[in-house]
Design a protein around this ligand. Structure first.
Ligand code: FAD
Length: 415
């Protein structure tokens, strides 16, 4: 097969915003390349987000190198289809040499020295350089406890959830309280569903504080530009993402407020015995830990304002004003699915890597890529768009997240 392989100098695998950004940087240096994308430009924003999804940072943060999102209200939050439009427009703007509908099935050492063989569903390509830009959130994770769930319950991962109508009538259990679980629980309540939310580790932050958006403070205080060696503690690398939404003009997802609006909060889902959910007695502790992040963030801002002498108002909203939900003093530790009327489960339990198709020894025992700023030990093999590839923002679309990393890799490829 290698005898008939097409030859290209550089191949980018993945046509999300990281792949497009890489393409921009290579073009800036006049380096020939091709992007291989199994679906369409920005496929995950098209087929792995629910209908009501909105970008979680204000419009003014949406940009890629040389191109800003065009909109009427820079402080509003873009719906998912606008993010797709932005990526489509960017691909046209940079004249991205993208081949859509080309799924890479393996990447391995080529038969010629210094060349790699990329197999796709129906062809083979040889390249001297390959940039793997297949995303930080690849394969949906559903915990093993799902196998204990009675078979007549409808189960769906958040990446396949679209809207309330997709679920059978009845109450819904949402497992996981990151932004996906929080946003989906909120949407279901608005559609008149009864919702049980199994609360996991989450990072509570204010959407707005002292007149500015969370994204504004994160940018101004250098949080998005933090590198691993500048974190307050080694554990900070694994902090959950902030719990926010851009829906209805944007707001924080305060779980106490959601409880007041009808969501029944539960601790971690431990197991299922017959028709009974067994719940850990950890809800109060989990909420208390999330509160520490909330308090710390406000203090960080207050200290920054004091240090810089910025002229911003004091916070006028009572951000901590919601009463403790009753389930804290009287936690639910067992829940009968039938009695609760639960007919479906949304697993908002995150994603993991999926690099099984890369047949090169460039991964550690946990399956994570081993690299330094995206450069691996195999000459010509690179990663882009991973969490903490270099900076906190390395994988975000916000503030042209991977732009600096892509420029760095393009320079490395050129020399
Ligand atoms: C629910 C959710 C909400 C989010 N909200 C925000 C937000 O508001 N703001 C923000 O900045 N970030 C947000 N993110 C993070 C953001 O989605 C990712 O950081 C971003 O998509 C990463 O871009 P990427 O180009 O690296 O990867 P992706 O967007 O995942 O693109 C990778 C591309 O590679 C393609 N691909 C994968 N495997 C192959 C293969 N074998 N062959 C060919 N092509 C392949 C995929 O089809 C895909 O198009 C969110 C993530 C999730 C899960």
């Amino acid at each position: 097969m290698t005898g008939h392989a097409e030859r290209v100098e550089t191949a980018i695998i993945g046509g999300g915003h990281a792949g497009l950004t890489m393409s921009y940087s290579l073009s800036q240096l006049g380096l020939e390349h091709v992007i291989l994308e199994r679906g369409r430009v920005g496929e995950r924003w098209r087929s792995e987000r629910w209908d009501s999804f909105h970008f979680q940072f204000p419009n003014w943060t949406i940009e890629l190198p040389g191109y800003k999102y065009q909109c009427n209200d820079r402080d509003a939050f873009a719906p998912g289809h606008e993010v797709v439009r932005f990526l489509d427009d960017y691909a046209s703007f940079i004249k991205a040499p993208i081949r859509c509908g080309v799924a890479v099935t393996s990447l391995e050492q080529g038969s010629r020295a210094g060349r790699y063989l990329i197999r796709t569903q129906d062809s083979a390509i040889e390249a001297a350089n390959v940039i793997i830009a297949t995303g930080p959130f690849q394969r949906p994770t559903i915990p093993p406890v799902s196998a204990q769930v009675p078979i007549d319950l409808f189960q769906v991962h958040s990446s396949k959830y679209r809207n309330s109508d997709q679920l059978p009538s009845g109450a819904v259990l949402v497992v996981g309280s990151g932004s996906s679980g929080g946003q989906i629980a909120e949407e279901l309540i608005e559609h008149g569903r009864q919702v049980y939310l199994s609360v996991g580790r989450h990072r509570r932050v204010p959407r707005r504080y002292r007149g500015r958006d969370y994204g504004w403070w994160s940018s101004a205080m250098g949080i998005l530009d933090q590198t691993l060696d500048r974190l307050p503690s080694p554990e900070a690398k694994n902090w959950p993402l902030p719990l926010l939404t851009g829906v209805n003009g944007g707001h924080d997802l305060d779980l106490r407020r959601m409880a007041a609006e009808g969501v029944t909060l539960l601790g971690h889902l431990q197991s299922v015995t017959g028709n009974t959910l067994i719940i850990a007695p950890d809800l109060e502790e989990t909420l208390a830990k999330a509160d520490v992040w909330f308090t710390d963030f406000k203090k960080l801002v207050d200290d920054y304002v004091a240090k810089t002498g910025m002229d911003v108002p004091k916070e006028s909203q009572p951000l901590d004003g919601v009463a403790e939900p009753k389930v804290l003093s009287n936690p639910i530790l067992e829940l009968d699915l039938n009695a609760a009327g639960i007919t479906s489960i949304v697993w908002a339990t995150g994603f993991r890597n999926d690099f099984g198709w890369v047949k090169l020894p460039i991964f550690n025992d946990s399956g994570d890529p081993v690299h330094r700023r995206g450069i691996t030990s195999f000459p010509g093999i690179y990663f882009l768009g991973l969490r903490w590839l270099y900076k906190r923002k390395s994988y975000f679309l916000v503030m042209a997240g991977p732009a600096e990393d892509a420029a760095y890799l393009a320079e490395h490829i050129k020399t």
